[in-house]
Design a protein around this ligand. Sequence first.
Ligand SMILES: NC(=O)c1ccc[n+]([C@@H]2O[C@H](COP(=O)([O-])OP(=O)(O)OC[C@H]3O[C@@H](n4cnc5c(N)ncnc54)[C@H](OP(=O)(O)O)[C@@H]3O)[C@@H](O)[C@H]2O)c1
Length: 379
Amino acid sequence: MKKITLLGASGSIGTQAVELIEEFDETFELVAITANKSIETIEKILHHHDVQVVVMAKEYEQRIYDVAPNATFYALEDDGLLKAIDATADATVFNALVGSVGLEATLHAIKNNQDVLLANKESLVVGGPLIKEALLNSNAQLIPVDSEHAALRECLKGKKHSDIEKLVITASGGSFRDVSKENLKNVSKEEALKHPNWSMGAKITIDSATMMNKVFEVIEAHYLFDVSYDKIEAILHKESIVHGIVHFKDGNVLAHIGPSDMRIPILSAMKGDTSLRYHSVFDLVTQGSLHFEPIDPHRFSLFDLGIAVAKEKGMHVVTLNAANEIAVQRFLKGDIGFVDIETLIKKCLDYFENHIPLTLPNILSHDKLVRRYATKLKI
Ligand SMILES: NC(=O)c1ccc[n+]([C@@H]2O[C@H](COP(=O)([O-])OP(=O)(O)OC[C@H]3O[C@@H](n4cnc5c(N)ncnc54)[C@H](OP(=O)(O)O)[C@@H]3O)[C@@H](O)[C@H]2O)c1
């Protein structure tokens, strides 16, 4: 049995992972779960799984013990995520948290020599160099869950790193891909949350509409596959059927195709080399035509801005991420408009210094500073 410690069990990725663990209950065992406030979802999971550890905000402690009297509860506020990882040291850590809150957990698991299945792309965005360094001193493996990176990983199996010419990831274009830049001013939160192809958590759905998600994925690919930014490309592909493409130096090009179903990359990451049958129906003939286009830098101006920040290296990438997290939260609360997300991020990048050494304490304190500033910023 492969033991799984699932961080972010109540989210979109987390609940799909739980369903797969239930479907393949002879292969996987859920030993720890964490969430922030989604108590009903966690109670539901606890009715079906005898987990050892539960982490949530402190206020839910009694409710957890009511359903799972034999489990150990750690409060989120009291380093609960790190304690859960330590308490299940023989488990694989599945990081399905959203936001930079996931970084410390990723680093902690790697330092403990525990394999990490990484959906939490923000870990690599804000702490890529730290994670790479931690991996060098650990036996842990870092396995991507994001569909594009899972696709690239499949294409690269058995291939030599020195043979890679370039990596290409695809972008659906998000909820407003057919809306002109000028018409973005009046779009609503409800419209923004309707992704044309994928059903995902709120934050990543908005990140897809602004194209910030693709910035994060380029950064993620840079660290996961050790490929320079000038050899990673993102293109628009509205059908979301081709997820990742690898061009090799000898002229061969491998593309990974499949349905827009996150359960496939989730299961691939969880199962490793184990053979399992997943019931997916995929038919290219009924799928019809596939389209590919470059990302228009005028229409998706946040994409170019984000890539420039990534290439610049330094603390600005932490500023970019924190400002984006707050901007998305403020947009979802109805406090700012969709186009203000970009304005807010630019203002934060102008305000904060870039040349700060990327250590964990610096990243964590800078992340807090930017969040505070971005929360109060008048737009
Ligand atoms: N959804 C997708 O299809 C998809 C695809 C590719 C990659 N990803 C990536 O996977 C990650 C998770 O995405 P998602 O869509 O599943 O997000 P989500 O639905 O918003 O779920 C996020 C999870 O993190 C927990 N959480 C939120 N804030 C927290 C905090 N401050 N401390 C501790 N836990 C916290 C949530 O708990 P509560 O429920 O209690 O708030 C929930 O369990 C993201 O990095 C995303 O970019 C997602």
